[in-house]
Ligand binder design. Structure first.
Ligand SMILES: [Fe+2]
Length: 348
């Protein structure tokens, strides 16, 4: 985007979004509550389980999403909630079948820029990640500014370049856990102000027609996952512009630290290389992600994303950090046995 298209242009001033903001509502019960804690029906049906990193990301091999039984779908929800993102390759699932699969997990969410109500088409991106106000290449949770931000989010790639266009996912559960207890205490109870203003402006300036206007909403900066009952950071630099309880400069410095914390988290991150038919199925509540742009022909990348509404983010002071959970169940956080704990969700 050239600098002449940045900011409050005539196009932005005169743009009238056709739809009102989304109102708060109670989504259906999270399907992970219906899962077998051992996930036997799902994990016994795969040929290989690859934990791609200790803290985030598991690839399931030898199974087709198009053929999952209802019990396997519920087990998958729990695995996603615990591992942040679950990957698949060589999937034969059609777009209609993807819509049906999304229905199992809840009510289809609608991104403000989403033209088809059932899915978002994700395209390639040749932006300069270092450009001024380059919104789309930064870490984010998908439209976290909404009152019910998405929970289970599936992206299936139809076409991909031979190299380029990878997606990076980072565990916000682990990001929270790696903070010192003092810093954790400082953040708990604070609220991030999530704003879609910049995204809206960029969207209109790029010629899109977003059907909802920009909104600002407060969400807890530390949120509790309803199923795993683990605390996670709920921060992303694309949408979080302020911290409600702080003064201006205090918030700027805290947000700068959080951005650095997120960008420096190689140990809490998984980078996924796509092929046609690859799928990433993530929990948008506890994962930040970004697509890596540039260096490839953007017309060669196309995917279909479906997402369902999650609960209104909440914070339960009695929930646990990952280290507290591991200590309570007898593990050693310093060892890689973390992988095998799968975070041990207590409520299913
Ligand atoms: Fe995204």
């Amino acid at each position: 985007m050239s600098t002449t298209q940045v900011g409050i242009t005539e196009a932005v001033l005169h743009y009238k979004p056709p739809h009102p903001p989304v109102e708060e509502f109670e989504p259906p019960k999270d399907r992970a509550f219906f899962a077998d804690p051992e996930k036997k029906s799902l994990l016994s049906a795969v040929t290989k389980i690859r934990n791609l990193t200790p803290y985030i990301g598991t690839e399931l091999v030898g199974i087709q999403l198009s053929k999952l039984t209802p019990a396997q779908k519920d087990d998958l929800a729990l695995l996603i909630a615990e591992r942040g993102v679950v990957f698949f390759r060589d999937q034969d699932i059609t777009l209609d079948e993807q819509h049906e699969l999304a229905k199992h997990y809840g009510i289809q969410d609608r991104d403000p820029n989403q033209q088809d109500p059932r899915h978002v088409t994700i395209l390639g991106n040749n932006n300069d990640v270092r450009a001024y106000q380059n919104f789309s290449s930064e870490f984010h949770s998908d439209h976290s500014q909404e009152v019910n931000p998405p929970s289970y989010t599936l992206l299936r790639m139809v076409r991909t370049p031979e190299s380029g266009g990878d997606t990076i996912f980072t565990s916000q559960t682990a990001l929270y856990d790696k903070l010192s207890p003092k810093y954790q205490q400082y953040l708990e109870g604070l609220h991030g102000v999530h704003s879609s203003e910049q995204g809206f402006i960029n969207s209109v300036n790029s010629g899109y027609k977003p059907f909802r206007g920009p909104v600002r909403r407060e969400h807890p900066l530390i949120r509790t996952h309803p199923v795993t009952r683990l605390k996670s950071l709920f921060y992303n630099p694309s949408y979080v512009v302020h911290i409600s309880e702080l003064k201006g400069q205090e918030a700027i410095h805290t947000l700068n630290f959080l951005r650095e914390h997120l960008h420096a988290a190689d140990d809490l991150t998984v980078r996924w290389k796509w092929e046609p038919g690859s799928v990433a199925f993530w929990d948008n509540r506890v994962v930040a992600h970004k697509a890596v742009p540039g260096g490839y022909d953007p017309t060669l990348r196309e995917g279909k994303r479906t997402a369902v509404y999650g609960e209104k983010p909440f914070y339960d002071p009695n929930s646990e950090s990952l280290s507290q959970r591991i200590a309570r169940v007898g593990g050693d956080p310093a060892k890689n046995e973390i992988i095998n704990l799968h975070f041990k969700s207590p409520h299913v």
